[in-house]
Design a protein around this ligand. Structure first.
Ligand SMILES: Cc1cc2nc3c(=O)[nH]c(=O)nc-3n(C[C@H](O)[C@H](O)[C@H](O)COP(=O)(O)O)c2cc1C
Length: 329
């Protein structure tokens, strides 16, 4: 599977998740077998105006590579400048443009999913970015503003003509947000319409469903978001199924080890207080459904340091083992 000239080692891609797919999370996903990780969406204007907070989102490390950095905006000039900056600073292996964000604050500026109904500006943005960078360029789109898929197909056609190297489709409408079901049949139809790689996304909850999306839609790779928050091993599990190997179950120990790793990566990247605040929510996802998870979550909400997080994981793992819980379903 190639996106432009970039060869991917597998079929699974970590979705961009604002506030979540930061550097520590991406390194963890990569270690769990993900073939391509994506940054959270980064404001093109923020880059152009040198906002420190925005530029921090571009931090990356060699061990997470290849990395796709997603930018959002609606002004062709700032999108071009931002993409060029990312390329010149060696921050990314792929640049992705957000055509899917349906948050009001973003849509009202003409960015995100607003670009899906402004074909002219979509073309201007893509032409501006494409002409400035050599890096592979992808776009991440929704179905559009209605469920027919018309806008997705139209934007895909424009993108292909502009020299875009791949399209991620999350087949929900702008109005759906994350409600209802992703309509995978649109991924299959898009695959028939374009000759560049199509990456399917939406509602993959486990490894079997990942394989199913690949088979049902014929897409070239799959992108996983929310399921990776509960089970980061989903990437290696899917790849095993793709290669017709056994899909290993995730043991409780695997999960506790990956939680400890995530704490370590957070502690290396953020200061202790900030890291522990962020981890309060993050760590709770992994143990959803395990006996005693409620108590763990409550204690987690009070941690003030990474050392406390590690202690708590240890305490929880011992109590889980003592209850004979070894494999997560
Ligand atoms: C908390 C959250 C943050 C998200 N942030 C972004 C983002 O920054 N850029 C983007 O293109 N999509 C974003 N999405 C959408 C996801 O990338 C993905 O398309 C969606 O969650 C469907 O995939 P899933 O069912 O595998 O989660 C976000 C979704 C969630 C739940």
């Amino acid at each position: 599977m190639k996106i432009g000239n970039l060869e991917l080692s597998g079929k699974t891609i970590l979705a961009p998740l604002a506030g979540i797919t930061n550097l520590p999370f991406r390194i963890m996903a990569k270690e769990c077998g993900c073939a391509l990780v994506c940054s959270e969406m980064v404001s093109a204007k923020g880059i152009v105006y040198n906002s420190e907070k925005t530029l921090n989102l571009l931090d990356s490390k060699e061990e997470e590579k290849p990395l796709s950095v997603q930018i959002f905006g609606s002004c062709p000039d700032s999108m071009q400048k931002a993409a060029l900056f990312i390329q010149e600073q060696g921050k990314a292996d792929i640049i992705d443009i957000n055509f899917g964000c349906s948050v009001k604050k973003v849509v009202k500026t003409g960015a995100g999913v607003a670009l899906m109904k402004d074909f002219e500006n979509a073309k201007n943005v893509l032409t501006a970015v494409r002409s400035a960078i050599e890096l592979p360029l992808t776009i991440k789109i929704r179905s559009g503003w209605d469920s027919s898929g018309f806008q997705a197909f139209k934007i895909a056609e424009i993108a292909e003509r502009c020299g875009v190297n791949g399209i991620v489709l999350h087949p929900r409408t702008a109005g759906q947000g994350f409600k209802g079901k992703a309509d995978w049949s649109l991924i299959a139809r898009l695959k028939e319409k374009v000759s560049i790689p199509v990456i399917g996304n939406g509602d993959i909850q486990n490894a079997e469903q990942g394989l199913l999306m690949l088979k049902e839609t014929g897409c070239d790779a799959i992108m996983i978001g929310r399921a990776a928050l509960k089970n980061p091993f989903i990437f290696s599990q899917i790849q095993a199924l793709v290669e017709k190997r056994k899909c290993n179950e995730v043991s409780a120990d695997d999960m506790f080890n990956v939680m400890k790793k995530l704490v370590k990566y957070y502690s290396e990247y953020y200061d202790d207080k900030h890291a522990s605040r962020m981890l309060r929510g993050r760590l709770a996802w992994f143990i959803k459904g395990l006996p005693g998870a409620g108590i763990f979550r409550k204690k987690l909400s009070q941690i003030n340091s990474c050392a406390q997080a590690i202690e708590l994981i240890q305490e929880f793992s011992e109590s889980t083992v003592s209850r004979g819980y070894s494999v997560l379903s």
